[in-house]
Design a protein around this ligand. Structure first.
Ligand SMILES: NC(=O)c1ccc[n+]([C@@H]2O[C@H](COP(=O)([O-])OP(=O)(O)OC[C@H]3O[C@@H](n4cnc5c(N)ncnc54)[C@H](OP(=O)(O)O)[C@@H]3O)[C@@H](O)[C@H]2O)c1
Length: 333
């Protein structure tokens, strides 16, 4: 059986993914013990995977090897299994390959059998997946947000941020978001009904941030100059939950906060967090997220691109800010 699969030819420069990834057609090798084969119905596009497409060795995991397949979260049915606990027809999510068919070690890939009763399976990527876990953990545990506190989230109209602002609201906080452009800000305030939104691409960023008032918890997806702007507006004893550093992902640069002294001046706690560290709590996190989601209190718009051949265009949307909500590639007929 032949399989189309995206392979890494070289590390991308900026968002020029077409020069870095190539769509190959290959014969599938026989399964080994412990492996499952998944017919991917959906690929999850995640901004954090851009950090794996570099030659830096000091990331939270080694870079993906040049020549190897592009890896990411996939959703689909098991079509062949040599792993305990998985049978043909199971709906699963795993770290697989950007391909028509993923072949993975069931344990190493974190493969998880999913409840097919969930009406929209795409939710297993967004509210019930890594984005949901990350948003809930970052707001509640790392950010330690308390009812009545003011929570500000950057990249708030993206998959992780949209969930973070809603979860902050569900936990009784006053939720504010930062996003690029009027349409995204309108979505956050009108469709989601959060307290307010800041357009970081507008001229009057400082004045808009002043409108937020003192921030108790900053759920930061971006880093860079935005982090500096927020550090000077944090309340004393505030918390900065460092979820991601989008400002650094495509530019090949690293920025240090110029306003780092505010950590001392305002007695802030700044803490990074990373989803694999709390995967063991995934079932409990999913249960809470699912009850909100099924009650219609935690919503997710999907930004869908069809066809494996169009994956790179979908991926680029994360870095050009074209998306509202979860970017997904839908495969199959
Ligand atoms: N720590 C963890 O375990 C964990 C897990 C999942 C995700 N994350 C992090 O969560 C963040 C969001 O990831 P996602 O996959 O959910 O993507 P996403 O938010 O759906 O898409 C990325 C969004 O970021 C914004 N953006 C892109 N470049 C930017 C820049 N230079 N400055 C400011 N905003 C920028 C864009 O919106 P605008 O139009 O608003 O610019 C874009 O829509 C990433 O930092 C990712 O690494 C962390």
């Amino acid at each position: 059986m032949n399989n189309r699969i995206w392979r890494i030819a070289r590390c991308p420069v900026g968002t020029d993914f077409a020069a870095a990834l190539e769509l190959a057609e290959e014969r599938l090798a026989p399964l080994e013990d412990g492996q499952i084969r998944i017919r991917n119905s959906h690929l999850s596009m995640d901004a954090g995977t851009r950090m794996w497409l570099t030659d830096r060795e000091d990331g939270y995991q080694p870079p993906l090897p040049v020549g190897g397949p592009m890896t990411g979260l996939v959703l689909g049915e098991v079509i062949e299994s040599r792993a305990d606990g998985f049978t043909t027809g199971d709906l699963v999510r795993a770290f697989g390959q950007w391909a028509d068919v993923s072949t993975v070690d069931a344990v190493m890939s974190g493969a998880l059998r999913l409840d097919p009763a969930v009406a929209d399976r795409r939710a297993w990527f967004g509210p019930l997946g890594m984005n949901g876990w990350t948003a809930l953990w970052g707001i509640e545990r790392t950010g330690a947000a308390q009812p009545g506190e003011k929570v500000l989230v950057s990249a708030a109209a993206g998959a992780t941020g949209i969930l973070a602002v809603q979860i902050a609201g569900l936990l009784g906080c006053e939720a504010w978001g930062i996003a690029g452009g009027a349409a995204k800000c309108a979505y956050l305030t009108r469709a989601l009904g959060i307290a307010g939104a800041v357009d970081y691409k507008a001229q009057d960023l400082g004045a808009q941030l002043d409108r937020v008032g003192g921030v108790d918890v900053y759920f930061d997806n971006v880093g860079g100059p935005l982090l500096d702007a927020v550090l000077t507006r944090m309340n004393h004893y505030g918390r900065v939950a460092v979820c991601g550093l989008l400002a650094n992902y495509t530019g090949g640069t690293r920025t240090a906060p110029r306003e780092f002294d505010q950590v001392l001046m305002r007695r802030l706690r700044v803490e990074g967090f990373f989803s694999p560290d709390f995967m063991h709590e995934g079932a409990a996190l999913t249960q809470r997220l699912r009850s909100w989601h099924e009650a219609g209190e935690l919503v997710m718009p999907y930004d869908v691109t069809r066809g494996l051949e169009n994956t790179l265009a979908a991926y680029a949307r994360l870095f050009t800010g074209a998306n509202i909500g979860k970017v997904i590639v839908e495969l199959g007929a």
